[in-house]
Design a protein around this ligand. Structure first.
Ligand code: SD4
Length: 317
């Protein structure tokens, strides 16, 4: 065990990382720390794209995706497109601990959460409804999710299949305003590694869309024996490449976390040069990616903020 514990997360979600850190220092497990950190972000609505009241879909509704991975047992739990329940990470943990399944989706994930004692509640807020109304009154512009330049007269959400025939996939337009998933990796005093994600996905998505974040190997991955990784960015592209799994596999072969994250991103940009996204990675020796990772077709530096309390590594767009 190398100088544990440790927490690393995406973005500047300092309260979440600090919470994870304090859980670890009160001898919580890596899983406890990841769930606690994600939960803070869900409550704080980090970046507007974690938790309730963010990323309304074409119908104006918010839904949540979350994933929890225990790298000591390879036990995992996830929820996707879960509506009307605020605590996605906690529900994901209960999928992991109380069932033999890995991934519950949609209304049935909501029903599972209700059975586990969670309160059903509306995830919309004045803010999210205003955002949606604005989008509607602007002829559903910007439009990210259909492969069509919509003619406002014909197209204004919800999705209309006849407009989408014979169109080639293209990367979605994303920027820091519509992307901010939390991904956390924690290593506890025992050297156990856990990873997790929580997000409300993508603005104005087609209802039913699930992003990369709850998909094991895509949104996050962890294996005690090698390390862990988490991804953030354009989930519709990310999930095609399982970047978190890729980075952990690279670390398995001795590749340093920075290069492992870079490899995962490079594989994506080979196919989608305009892709926006990032991967964070840490190996079992507690080494983590630093300032050489570029993202997409532009070379952008990560910001590393280690201090005596915690190590935060932001690989930003
Ligand atoms: C998604 N990957 O649902 C998420 C969004 C995200 O930073 O990561 N934002 O596509």
């Amino acid at each position: 065990v190398y100088n544990t514990p440790m927490v690393i997360s995406t973005w500047e979600f300092t309260n979440a990382a600090t919470k994870s850190w304090s859980v670890l220092n009160m001898t919580g497990t890596a899983i406890d720390a990841v769930v606690a950190g994600c939960t803070v972000c869900e409550q704080e609505q980090c970046g507007g794209t974690v938790g309730y009241g963010g990323s309304p879909d074409e119908n104006g509704e918010t839904s949540l995706d979350a994933l929890i991975i225990d790298g000591s047992t390879m036990n995992m739990g996830a929820v996707g497109h879960m509506k009307r329940i605020k605590s996605a990470a906690k529900v994901a943990r209960l999928v992991m601990e109380n069932t033999k399944h890995t991934f519950l989706v949609g209304d049935e994930a909501t029903q599972f959460a209700i059975q586990m004692g969670f309160k059903e509640t509306n995830l919309s807020t004045v803010g999210s409804l205003n955002l949606w109304k604005q989008w509607k009154s602007n002829n559903c512009q910007p439009n990210f999710w259909t492969n069509v330049n919509p003619d406002p007269k014909k197209y204004c959400g919800p999705y209309k299949p006849n407009l989408l025939k014979n169109l080639k996939p293209k990367p979605n337009i994303v920027d820091t305003k519509n992307h901010d998933t939390i991904g956390i990796i924690a290593i506890d005093h025992e050297g156990n590694i856990a990873a997790g994600t929580s997000t409300n996905g993508a603005k104005f998505k087609i209802p039913g869309r699930v992003g990369d974040s709850p998909i094991p190997g895509s949104g996050a991955y962890a294996m005690n024996t090698y390390g862990a990784a988490a991804a953030t960015g354009d989930g519709d592209i990310l999930m095609r490449f399982l970047p978190s799994f890729h980075a952990v596999q690279a670390m398995k072969y001795g590749i340093y976390p920075t290069e492992a994250a870079q490899l995962a991103i490079d594989t994506i940009t080979n196919y989608y040069p305009d892709f926006s996204g990032a991967v964070i990675a840490v190996n079992k020796f507690l080494k983590y990616g630093d300032d050489t990772t570029s993202v997409g077709n532009t070379s952008k530096k990560s910001k590393t903020q280690p201090n005596s309390k915690y190590n935060l590594n932001y690989l930003k767009f």
